[in-house]
Design a protein around this ligand. Structure first.
Ligand code: ADP
Ligand code: ZN
Length: 771
């Protein structure tokens, strides 16, 4: 037996949960004596975020003559005055409920039932995060319309008359609009009305008029094309020996068809993607489905191109920008096993895979995997749980793995595989710190002379350079030079950020925006407001003055708003239509730009401020990833970090490239205080529009705080973002030793405090953000 099989999974995070009762079971129901002959009843979990004891599970009666639906069957049921879709859940209905209170199931749905592995996952996530089971189920039923069997839809095609009119036959009342419609239609291939209307730039009313005139006629649209099956035998690149070795072990893990977790740690550009695609190929051969989670799917055009090159077709996609129709088709294709490989954002974990064999979490260290609202969960951790429930192999991939994952690997819970060198002849870039105390930028500028010189030389050689600053907009703060007033968001504890191109001030937390004022809102002084500090727009302005000839591209979430823009930016860079890239953290994401040889980090100290638990770790990860964009092809890469703290361990780690020893020191710093991953944290965030109510609940929670061996509660205290979207926020932090199961403590704690409707208490288990 392999170690992966023989090892019982305790995952560290997960101790203590196994014995917890599933959140939806109500305990000792079996012993209740039924009164009279029981009707046939089932429990149905509804996708509602209800904090009731059943958490959204209700009992229903199965009408006589209908077979008893199996657990997992999707059913329509009455709830109050409406009809809702839910899932027949496991566990016994309550026989003591009086017959008169029972309502009948309306109808089972013609959709593949929800597999046991997904039902157990829903319960598990609910128990772990303390979100009601119905709230978690809602994520697994995000496309209710997909439960209707896909019907054929009606569209339009040309009639015989329409065909004649298209050919110019006289006698038909023609307008410019009608002619445009005829031009985009045929008599053979029906098209959807909405598509025709868009392409011909007419309203659908024009189509109805043409149908009345007999020019077009209704016709069934062909069933949407099935998802292509990626071909595992499609020729891929031949792997270098050390890549091949790692790939073989990943394939073996998949072939075992059993749960196990592998950390794939390899330097930037070592070919991790090529290697794990080999595991996907094996999973295809096994006839099981694969799920690849990417932190920012919108930025993944290069990844998709590589997938197509490797497997001959595109994978199924899952992200927030799919249309309703795409979501429906994809959800259904996953449920029916037709979508063999799905690439998605974190919510893809809740798709109804009937036979999941492999989950890959690429860039596993990314905080984008943490969902911060609604059900608060970490998709990397939940991916491991999902894999366990499905008997699947899980691979966590990163050049800069999180301390959590490294520790799991060190303690033998995960298998570790390493790729220590870049693929081909490329070496890792050389990293230096520019001590801003010695070589400061000119007054009012942000680039220091040595960096400017190097950019000039790089551009002169015809190579590309990149400037990185993790801040959108022009300037993070606007100050009145007359009275010292700083312009704040009216809804949040935050400065408004100047976006000069749009002539607006914006809040990056709530979206509030206002025109840049002429007069100080405080003292009324005119024309004396000044921008403080740089954002990428301001760096681009400076670069425009310094390198007027260079073709510049700003890459930030507001200039690269979606997948199409990201793909176009990647194309421009790859085809050398750009010389200088200026970007926020989006430039750190997995890009492969072969002509990029210089990276300048404008403010390497930026992420260290604020001092949260993982500030240093995150800064190292982010800057190492940014640095990893340089020198990925033949020409060597160089990286300059502008810093006021050149001796900081973070800068030293980046210069030496020895992240292992940095992470080891980081571990030693966290171990004594039982900070994660050596202890557990859970945050309570109390918020209300009524400040006094928030304070009251926070105080009550403080008074009711659990104690005892290995448990400590910090707070309540105002959150750093003490006001967000008009709500006052207070935080409490529970810190516990690793062997303490925090969920029962939290449940008990919350049950002892009364929370009025105007106040919300969010539970964040394993918090990543402390704002
Ligand atoms: P990582 O994911 O580790 O950053 P990638 O998988 O993106 O690395 O690989 C870096 C570059 O090297 C990519 O352009 C990739 O196509 C190329 N590459 C990696 N391995 C091979 C190989 N065995 N043969 C050909 N090209 C490879
Ligand atoms: Zn705001």
């Amino acid at each position: 037996m392999s170690d992966a099989e023989s090892r019982t999974f305790d995952g560290g995070l997960f101790e203590g949960l196994e014995s917890a009762p599933p959140a939806t079971s109500k305990g000792k129901r079996r012993s209740a004596k039924p009164a009279g002959p029981p009707s046939r009843r089932v429990r149905v979990l509804l996708p509602l975020p209800l904090e009731t004891p059943g958490g959204g599970a209700y009992d229903y009666r199965v009408p006589a003559g209908h077979p008893l639906p199996e657990p997992g069957t999707f059913v329509a049921v009455p709830l109050g005055g409406r009809e809702m879709l839910g899932v027949v859940w496991d566990g016994d209905p309550d026989p003591s409920l009086p017959e008169g209170k029972m309502r009948d199931i309306i109808t089972p749905m013609l959709a593949p039932p929800m597999k046991e592995s997904l039902r157990r996952f829903v319960e598990w996530v609910s128990a772990y995060t303390l979100a009601p089971p119905g709230a978690v189920l809602r994520m697994a039923m995000s496309v209710p319309s997909a439960l209707e069997p896909p019907g054929q839809q009606a569209g339009w095609k040309l009639s015989a008359a329409g065909l004649a009119a298209q050919g110019g036959a006289p006698g038909y009342r023609m307008t410019a609009q009608r002619r445009r419609v005829l031009d985009v239609m045929t008599a053979e291939e029906p098209r959807a009305g909405a598509d025709i209307a868009v392409e011909a730039e007419v309203s659908t009313g024009v189509l109805r008029g043409m149908a009345d005139a007999g020019l077009i006629e209704p016709a069934l649209l062909p069933r949407p094309r099935a998802f292509s099956r990626p071909d595992p035998e499609h020729p891929g690149p031949s792997l270098a020996p050390e890549q091949a070795e790692v790939a073989a072990s990943l394939r073996d893990a998949v072939a075992k068809r059993a749960f196990g977790v592998t950390l794939l740690a390899g330097v930037t550009g070592s070919g991790k993607t090529e290697v794990y695609l080999d595991a996907v190929a094996e999973c295809l051969r096994q006839g099981r489905q694969s799920l690849v989670l990417l932190p920012e799917i919108a930025l993944s055009s290069q990844w998709l191109d590589r997938f197509k090159a490797r497997f001959g077709c595109a994978p199924a996609l899952w992200h927030s920008e799919l249309s309703g129709r795409q979501r429906r088709a994809t959800w259904r294709a996953v449920a029916e096993g037709e979508a063999q490989v799905l690439v998605g954002a974190r919510s893809a974990l809740f798709l109804p895979f009937p036979d999941l064999g492999l989950i890959i979490v690429d860039e596993e260290h990314e905080t984008a995997f943490k969902q911060e609202d609604g059900v608060i969960y970490h998709a990397r951790d939940m991916a491991v749980v999902r894999a366990r429930m499905a008997g699947a192999s899980c691979v966590l991939v990163s050049a800069t793995p999180s301390l959590e994952t490294l520790t799991n690997a060190e303690q033998g819970r995960y298998t570790a595989q390493r790729l220590p060198t870049r693929h081909g002849s490329a070496g890792l870039p050389e990293v230096e710190v520019l001590d801003l105390r010695k070589v400061p930028p000119e007054r009012g500028r942000f680039l220091s002379p040595p960096l400017i010189e190097l950019i000039t030389a790089t551009l002169a050689r015809g190579e590309q350079a990149m400037l990185f600053l993790n801040r959108r907009g022009y300037a993070p703060m606007t100050l009145c030079r007359t009275c010292g007033h700083r312009i704040r968001c009216p809804n949040c504890t935050a400065w408004l950020v100047e976006h000069r191109a749009q002539r607006r001030l914006q809040c990056h937390h709530c979206g509030h925006a206002e025109p840049i004022p002429q007069f100080c809102p405080e003292c009324g002084a005119e024309g004396n407001l000044t921008a403080i500090g740089p954002g990428v727009e301001r760096v681009q302005e400076e670069a425009a003055q310094l390198f007027p000839e260079a073709r510049r591209l700003v890459m930030a979430s507001d200039t690269i708003p979606g997948p199409a823009a990201a793909a176009e930016a990647a194309r421009q860079i790859a085809e050398r239509e750009v010389d200088l890239i200026i970007g926020t953290q989006i430039v750190a994401k997995g890009w492969h730009f072969p002509h990029l040889t210089l990276v300048g980090v404008v403010d390497a100290d930026l992420g260290l401020a604020g001092g949260d638990l993982r500030a240093a770790e995150r800064t190292v990860q982010l800057l190492h990833q940014v640095a990893g964009r340089a020198g990925r092809a033949e020409s060597p890469g160089r990286v300059l970090l502008q810093s006021w703290n050149p001796d900081h361990p973070v800068m030293q780690a980046l210069v030496s490239g020895n992240l292992d020893s940095f992470m080891a020191e980081e571990a030693e710093a966290r171990r004594p205080g039982s900070w994660p991953p050596f202890g557990r944290l859970a945050a309570l965030i109390v918020s209300s529009e009524d400040e006094r109510a928030a304070d009251r609940v926070a105080r009550d929670l403080g008074l009711a705080a659990p104690g005892g061996e290995g448990v400590q509660v910090l707070g309540p205290a105002p959150a750093p973002l003490s006001m967000l979207r008009g709500r006052h926020r207070r935080r409490l932090l529970l810190k516990a030793r690793r062997d303490v199961a925090v969920q029962p403590l939290l449940r008990d704690w919350l049950s002892r405090v009364e929370v009025p409707n105007a106040v919300r208490v969010q539970v964040d288990v394993d918090p990543v953000s402390f704002l």
